[in-house]
Design a protein around this ligand. Structure first.
Ligand SMILES: [Fe+2]
Length: 144
């Protein structure tokens, strides 16, 4: 059995990924610009893989994986995007992505060469930088 701190960390990381997958998945459905919707779908798919990574960590620690339920923050973000458009939540998502840039670095047992749970972050960072300009979706197309 993993130490209690590890299990708490696995749960926190898992919830972050559940929130990210739920948020990006919802944005993909709300977004009217197809190229952006596709980016959101890809980010959601990447986050789904990250969920699987932390679920396996929890199972390996002997913990039953709870039902996936997005946090209030995630649900509010989705509500805002539906009400005011996806661009209304881009600044908050950008800040979250930037804050989480090195989120797993330094965690015990974390293999820094393991890209399985960080694969979407460079894409997301570049996406949000480009979406911030918002005048053209041409820059976004280069990521597809
Ligand atoms: Fe992730």
């Amino acid at each position: 059995m993993a130490p209690r701190d590890d299990v708490a960390r696995f749960r926190t990381n898992w919830q972050e990924e559940v929130d990210a997958a739920a948020t990006y998945g919802a944005l993909a459905k709300i977004e009217r610009i197809e190229t952006l919707a596709e980016v959101y779908r890809r980010l959601a798919a990447a986050e789904e893989a990250h969920i699987g990574f932390w679920e396996s960590k929890l199972r390996d620690a002997g913990i039953k994986v709870p039902a996936r339920r997005p946090s209030v923050r995630s649900r509010v973000t989705v509500w805002l995007a539906g009400r005011f458009g996806t661009q209304s939540v881009i600044p908050a998502l950008t800040m979250k992505e930037q804050a989480g840039r090195h989120g797993y670095d330094g965690q015990p047992g974390w293999n820094v060469s393991d890209n399985s749970v960080r694969g979407s972050k460079p894409i997301a960072r570049q996406l949000f930088c480009n979406v911030g300009r918002w005048n053209s979706n041409l820059a976004i197309k280069q990521h597809l």
